[in-house]
Design a protein around this ligand. Structure first.
Ligand SMILES: C[S@@+](CC[C@H](N)C(=O)[O-])C[C@H]1O[C@@H](n2cnc3c(N)ncnc32)[C@H](O)[C@@H]1O
Length: 283
């Protein structure tokens, strides 16, 4: 492919507008076209990785193939995947003390598996943190339970499935859980070890692609407790409500939805009642 601009670096106002509209249409991620530094940085990385000469060429290709691989690469390039183990710790304390006993009292884990869903799971740190808490809770009870992680980025889902983390990633995990749920790599001397989530958690997890704004009707999922955290902030107000409503539909009556502490919804999702800051219960 060749284009009129020899350099990758520059993104004009028209291209910015087309790119932000495309990523919004594909994922709901809402970026101001005036954030040119951010756009240039991310798009230039994308162009380099795809061997495309410049943004004009990429935008033309995107116009002709609005849902093809180039479009998926755009979402990959503009999504932010920041996450960490036991992020917003209060939710995990609530899960152990309140959430799990409440859903088990409704039959979860007994007459059917208890399902925890991380609905924008990124690298899986949120999913595995929840898994560690549920495993500890379930140990002396005969509970059946599963983990489900979904994300709009295929690339990050591959990472989540590998379930391999660096030393600095695992620091927030309590010591006893590190011992129980992490396998340490045997690294050559001097190399930093890496850590893999133990098979007892990995074997419980299903990971898959899903767009929160357009959840596939074929997706067979009813969750007891859903983490929908630190993703709504990337959507505009209308899409926040749409995503939360889509997710709420997949939660069992008596189940719970957790949003990020800084992600106040303008109104609770249909059929849900706020029961604590950033926690909703399905009626
Ligand atoms: C900042 S991370 C949050 C990860 C985790 N939930 C947490 O709180 O640490 C946001 C994730 O949302 C995903 N995402 C963005 N738009 C999405 C959409 N429309 N559907 C599903 N996932 C989406 C991104 O790919 C990214 O991995």
């Amino acid at each position: 492919m060749s284009g009129p601009f020899p350099e990758r670096g520059w993104i004009g106002a028209e291209q910015s507008q087309i790119l932000v509209e495309a990523v919004h249409r594909l994922s709901g991620i809402s970026i101001a076209p005036t954030k040119t530094d951010f756009l240039e940085h991310r798009i230039n990385r994308l162009l380099q990785a795809s061997g495309v000469a410049n943004v004009v060429e990429y935008v033309n290709h995107l116009r002709l193939n609005p849902t093809g691989p180039a479009a998926l690469r755009l979402v990959e390039a503009l999504a932010t995947h920041t996450t960490s183990f036991f992020r917003e710790r209060a939710h995990y304390d609530w899960l152990l003390a309140v959430g799990l006993p409440a859903v088990v009292a409704e039959g979860a884990g007994l007459d059917r598996p208890l399902v925890i869903w991380s609905a924008a799971c990124s690298t899986g740190a949120e999913l595995w943190s929840a898994g560690m808490v549920v495993d500890g809770f379930a140990r002396n009870r005969t509970l059946r339970w599963d983990l489900v992680g979904t994300d709009v980025s295929q690339k990050i889902l591959v990472k989540a499935a590998q379930a391999i983390f660096q030393e600095e990633d695992i620091l927030p995990i309590p010591e006893d859980m590190r011992k129980r749920y992490l396998l340490r790599s045997r690294s050559p001397s001097g190399a930093k070890p890496r850590y893999r989530i133990a098979p007892e958690l990995r074997s419980r997890a299903r990971l898959g692609w899903a767009n929160l704004l357009d959840l596939p009707s074929a997706m067979a999922l009813t969750a007891d407790i859903t983490f929908l955290r630190n993703v709504l902030i990337y959507f505009d107000a209308e899409d926040q409500l749409r995503a939360a409503a889509n997710v709420a539909r997949r939660i069992r009556p008596g189940g719970y939805l957790l949003t990020g502490h800084s992600e106040g919804l303008a109104s609770p999702p249909p059929g849900m009642t706020p029961v604590a800051p950033s926690i909703y219960r399905k009626e």
